[in-house]
Design a protein around this ligand. Sequence first.
Ligand code: CIR
Length: 269
Amino acid sequence: MTWIAITRAVSSAIVHCELTHLDRRPIDLMAARAQHRAYEEALRALGCEVRSLPADLALPDAVFVEDTAVVFDELAVITRPGAPSRRAEIVATAVALRPHRPLMRIAPPGSMDGGDVLRVGRTVYVGLSGRTNRAAIDQLTAGLSPHGYVVRAVPVHGCLHLKSAVTQVAADTVLCNPRWVDPAAFAPLHVVEVDDAEPYAANGLLIDGRVMYPTTFPATRRRLEGRGIAVALVDVSELQKAEGAVTCCSLVFEAAPHSLPAGAAMLQQ
Ligand code: CIR
């Protein structure tokens, strides 16, 4: 199986990034770029073919490419990011995804960040957050229902995105901060809670049975490893100052989804 990971290089304008729940701290651009390159290496080590898009001086947050699209086997949804400063980021993402999937777009008055969308099998959890609204969730539901997906809106409080509060870490398990999202929303999945001292620790990136995970949350990492979950550590501390995490720096998808009928992937090209 070939996995593709789309990434986007760190803009020198990242120092002007959007911040909602964090105070602005100086970002060391060289260190952020080095961490991002190491993140791309980690993606390769996990089996991905990395396609890196160029940085743009006019787009401080474009490294957080996850927010611009959500890729399903059958189609890719180009979002309409909730922060107006981020809306132009979708142009490059749409160009990059067009060879791989039919595209659907979130239209006004909808707004959606991909960081609010968590797919587990055929269930798609969508955070009702400061970035993603009900109109966008209705559009997503209309686009995905014909393909057999069930879309569930989940309120999030106190954090930026749904995936700041919960991510999938194994086939049947999510990692969750119960202060930001109600873990009951994910039943019957098993829930691992973050360590109380590590509120930002719920974001891990599951690729083919292994979880890319920040170095900065050792107590929660030990909980994952205690459950037999294999963790690949990355240092994204400079990107965390921009309110980023590990899922947000890539769009990972199967090049030729196995769930589609034979020939369908070819027809999409
Ligand atoms: C923003 O506020 O939009 C960026 N500074 C951080 C976005 C992080 N995205 C994500 O976790 N999906």
